[in-house]
Ligand binder design. Structure first.
Ligand code: NAG
Length: 479
């Protein structure tokens, strides 16, 4: 793969250094479409003029079985279950994009859409967390859901509700939801003070619940099992709460109780690298006690970059970060996002990353981030876009119930068995375009199969897109 984009640094007066890169794609279009995909994942009562047009209201009785209103929130991927854990990570990362790339998102005209996307999640989390030391963490039953290939608007599957509480704690989910609420409270501070305050209050209570009642919740297994334990979520939650409040109790957690590790992954399960990058920013802003986190963030960069002597992350022959099959694109967009943020911080504070005897500049980091996004957008050995409805020869068979089942006539009854015959095993393009969805993507040999039944290639996930939004905003404005 040839990458000819020349890089340059430009200075903007008064503020800071901004890394500029040459444009190869219409990143603004990719950004807009990425946000539209998140709108396609909305559950509940949709607002007027909702995008995309083929989506309608769904799951309007969620929570009824437990006497709580749990209408709203997001479906995680191609099915119709609302999993709290990845939903919270989606919201935290969306809020991070809004916080760090506020100027870029505003210039691109997308800030309002991003705020609405965050609020769609935080409104739901407020409802799910009204009782102290209790959090509703899932609506829907994956077993019942997977027996039917039905759009959410017409589903009849079980809407079972799962919760965590003092008897059955879930530190990962509670701390991640705390992170989502704290990060969002920062973003809403200038927009709606009262709302921001209620998010912050919820965040504090959730963090305390997470920390006081420690335990891993296995109720979202095998779909969202935490493999990495809860120390990363506690650090991540404490970091967002510290940024939001500057209170000593969160500082104390970060300094005394956090774990020092070097990882090469940032994902819904593993958040150390995200916390390290956030704390590096505070370090450079003057909080010298966070120096070790800057070293760990450098370690993350060194363990990903292929030219680094310490690199760990697998890179395909075509240049794609590949950590595992199944929604691998999440690791691609998360790498691109962290590299983009870290690149901007290095430029702002005139720093470099040192990996053994090699030095890497801000420009080199942004170059790598752009290469990852360009691969997904079509600069790759298979010469096709992995984003639905964008660029050259994009995929047409996203593994997604809502996109692959046509809008049905009112009162049309469908039998679950036949739903697979009609709409799953057909090898026909989806009737509804799942605009902006970045699918699971190529395997370790850069192969991609645009087939609905091969979900590791074609399933979308909210958190693939949420972490892409910041770096796409950066590229839309500065490339
Ligand atoms: C796609 O899925 C089908 C059916 O499960 C399977 O037979 C085939 O091997 C898969 N193809 C690839 C490339 O994974």
């Amino acid at each position: 793969m040839s990458e000819s984009g020349r890089l340059m640094i430009s200075l903007t007066l008064f503020t800071s250094f901004v890394v500029c890169v040459n444009a190869q794609f219409n990143y603004k279009e990719a950004l807009t479409k990425s946000i539209i995909f998140l709108e396609a994942q909305r559950s509940g009562k949709l607002p007027p003029k909702h995008r995309p047009p083929w989506r309608g209201d769904s799951a309007l009785e969620d929570g009824k079985t437990v006497g709580v209103d749990l209408v709203g929130g997001y479906y995680d991927a191609g099915d119709n279950v609302k999993y709290g854990f990845p939903m919270a990570f989606t919201v935290t990362t969306l809020a991070w994009a809004a916080y760090f790339y506020k100027a870029e998102l505003t210039s691109a005209g997308e800030m309002k859409n991003v705020l609405d996307g965050i609020k769609w999640g935080t409104d739901y989390f407020l409802k799910a967390s009204t009782f102290r030391n209790r959090l509703f963490v899932q609506v829907g039953d994956p077993v019942s859901d997977h027996e039917c290939w039905m759009r959410p608007e017409n589903m009849k599957s079980s809407r079972k509700v799962l919760e965590i509480n003092t008897n059955r704690p879930g530190t990962e989910i509670a701390a991640e939801t705390a992170a989502a609420m704290a990060a969002s409270s920062i973003v809403f501070r200038d927009v709606d003070k009262t709302y921001s305050r209620s998010l912050l209050n919820a965040a504090k209570k959730l963090f305390q619940f997470a920390n006081d009642y420690r335990g891993t919740f296995d109720g979202e297994c095998p779909f969202y099992c935490s493999y990495s334990g809860y120390h990363d979520e506690l650090l991540w939650g404490a970091t967002w709460l510290y940024i939001a409040t500057k209170r000593p109790i969160y500082l104390k957690y970060i300094q005394d109780e956090s774990t020092a590790v070097i990882v090469s992954e940032f994902s819904w399960d593993l958040k150390f690298a995200g916390a390290q990058v956030l704390l590096s920013q505070l370090y450079w802003e003057g909080q010298k006690e966070f120096q070790t986190f800057r070293q760990q963030a450098d370690g993350y960069i060194c363990s990903v970059l292929p030219e680094s002597p310490y690199h760990q992350a697998f890179i395909t022959p075509g240049g794609l970060v590949h950590l595992r099959d199944g929604a691998n694109a999440q690791y691609v967009t998360s790498t691109a996002f962290l590299f983009s943020v870290y690149s901007d911080l290095l430029a702002r504070y005139r720093m470099q990353v040192t990996c053994g005897d090699k030095h890497f500049t801000s420009v080199q980091l942004m170059h790598f981030a752009k290469r990852q996004m360009d691969y997904l957008l079509g600069n790759n050995p298979i010469k096709r876009s992995i984003m639905v409805g964008f660029g050259r020869n994009p995929p047409r068979q996203a593994h997604h119930r809502g996109a692959s089942v046509p809008v049905l006539a009112p009162n049309e009854e469908v039998n679950c068995g036949m739903s697979f015959v009609y709409w799953y095993n057909t090898n026909k393009p989806n009737p509804n375009e799942l605009t902006g969805a970045i699918l699971g993507g190529p395997d370790r040999q850069d192969r991609f199969v645009d087939s609905r039944v091969n979900s590791s290639y074609t399933e979308p996930c909210t958190y693939v897109n949420s972490v892409a939004i910041g770096v796409l905003a950066k590229l839309a404005i500065h490339a």
